[in-house]
Design a protein. Structure first.
Length: 333
C-alpha cells in the first residue's frame, strides 16, 4: 500500500485535458471522466485503485463517477474512494466533481432499490459516510421507477439539493417521456436537471435514435456517456480470440454470446479504420463519442494506469470527416 503523502501534479491543468460546459450551468467537466463501476471494489487491490485515482487527477480528470452499488461488494467502491479521499484528496475537495447514484439493488427489502423517497434519502446518507464527504457534487436517480410516482422520486432530488447533500441532480437511463417530465418538474422547482447519464457508443445508438441527446441539449442539460467501449468490444482485445483475463472470460456483464461472427467482423473493420487514422480502436471509439457538442463527457473504466494512459490518447484527435462518419455507420448499421 502506498504510504507516502500524495501531492497533486502542478501540471494537472496543463496536461492537455479539455473541459466542456454542462448544458446551461456552471459545471465544467473533463472530456474524460473516471468511473468506479469496476476495479475499485473490495475484491480489488487498494494500491492499484489509488494509483489510478492519482493518475487521473494528475492528468486533469477531476470528475469521479460512483454509485451506491458499485463494487463488488455493494458499497465497496465508495468505501475505496472514501479511503482515497481521506488519504489523498481532502486538500483538493473543491477541485473535484464527485457523483453518486441510487436506483439499483443495494440492500434487501422493498426500500433497497428503485425510486422511493425513503430509498434515495437513505442511500445518499450511507454514500456520504462511505466516501467521507459532506456532500456530492451531483446525485442521480440511477434508473426510472415505473411503479413509484415520478413526482416522489423527483421531489426527493429537489429536497436533497435544498438540504445541501448535493449541489446538482441528474437522471440516468430514463426513457424519453419520463425524462421530459423530469426536466419540467425540476425546472419548475428551480433545481434543474443538469446531467443525463446514458449508455452510448459506436454500437449502441439509442441516445441518438430516441432523441435523448437532443432532448438533453434542448433542456439545458449535459449528456455524459458510459460504456463508450461497449464493455471492451470496441478494443483490439478480442481480435485474436478471448483472453483469459478479459471480461468475457471472467463471466461479467459482457457475455461470450455477444461476440458473434458478425460483431467480430465489424470490430475488425473498425480496427482497420482506426489504424488508418493513426489510432487504436479504443482511442477512435472514445473520440467518436466526443465528436460533437451533444456529449459533455465520457466515463471510462480502467484496470491499470497504463490503460488510462492509452484511453487519454483518444483525446488527441476527436475530429472525423463526413466520409469517416458515413463509413462507420455503414459498418455498424
Amino acid at each position: 500500500m502506498t504510504d507516502t503523502v500524495y501531492s497533486a501534479s502542478p501540471e494537472r491543468y496543463r496536461s492537455g485535458m479539455k473541459y466542456r460546459r454542462c448544458g446551461q450551468s456552471g459545471i465544467l467537466l473533463p472530456e474524460i471522466s473516471l468511473g468506479l463501476w469496476h476495479n475499485f471494489g473490495s475484491v480489488d487491490t487498494f494500491d492499484n485503485s489509488q494509483k489510478m485515482a492519482h493518475y487521473a487527477f494528475d492528468n486533469g480528470i477531476i470528475h469521479f463517477d460512483l454509485a451506491n452499488n458499485y463494487g463488488p461488494v455493494y458499497g465497496s467502491a465508495e468505501e475505496t474512494f472514501g479511503q482515497i479521499m481521506k488519504k489523498s484528496f481532502v486538500p483538493y475537495r473543491d477541485e473535484l466533481f464527485i457523483s453518486t447514484k441510487a436506483g439499483h439493488e443495494m440492500w434487501q427489502g422493498p426500500y433497497g432499490e428503485w425510486g422511493s423517497r425513503k430509498y434515495l434519502m437513505s442511500s445518499l446518507d450511507q454514500s456520504l459516510k462511505r466516501m467521507n464527504l459532506d456532500y456530492v457534487d451531483i446525485f442521480y436517480s440511477h434508473r426510472f421507477d415505473p411503479n413509484t410516482p415520478l413526482e416522489e422520486t423527483l421531489q426527493a432530488l429537489v429536497d436533497i439539493v435544498r438540504q445541501g447533500k448535493a449541489l446538482y441532480v441528474g437522471i440516468s437511463k430514463y426513457p424519453y417521456e419520463a425524462a421530459r417530465f423530469a426536466y419540467h418538474y425540476l425546472k419548475q422547482r428551480d433545481v434543474r436537471c443538469l446531467l443525463y447519464q446514458g449508455r452510448y457508443n459506436i454500437f449502441n445508438r439509442e441516445p441518438e435514435q430516441e432523441q435523448i441527446l437532443q432532448q438533453a441539449k434542448e433542456n439545458g442539460s449535459g449528456f455524459i456517456a458510459f460504456s463508450p467501449l461497449a464493455q471492451g468490444l470496441l478494443t483490439n482485445r478480442y481480435l485474436q480470440g478471448i483472453p483469459d483475463d478479459s471480461r468475457i472470460a471472467r463471466g461479467g456483464f459482457l457475455k461470450k454470446e455477444q461476440l458473434t461472427n458478425d460483431v467480430l467482423q465489424k470490430i475488425e473493420q473498425l480496427n482497420k479504420m482506426a489504424l488508418e487514422r493513426g489510432q487504436t480502436l479504443a482511442e477512435m471509439a472514445l473520440a467518436w463519442v466526443l465528436k460533437d457538442d451533444l456529449v459533455t463527457s465520457v466515463i471510462i473504466g480502467a484496470s491499470s494506469v497504463q490503460q488510462m494512459k492509452d484511453n487519454l490518447k483518444g483525446l488527441e484527435n476527436c475530429q472525423f470527416t463526413a466520409e469517416e462518419l458515413r463509413l462507420i455507420n455503414r459498418i455498424i448499421l
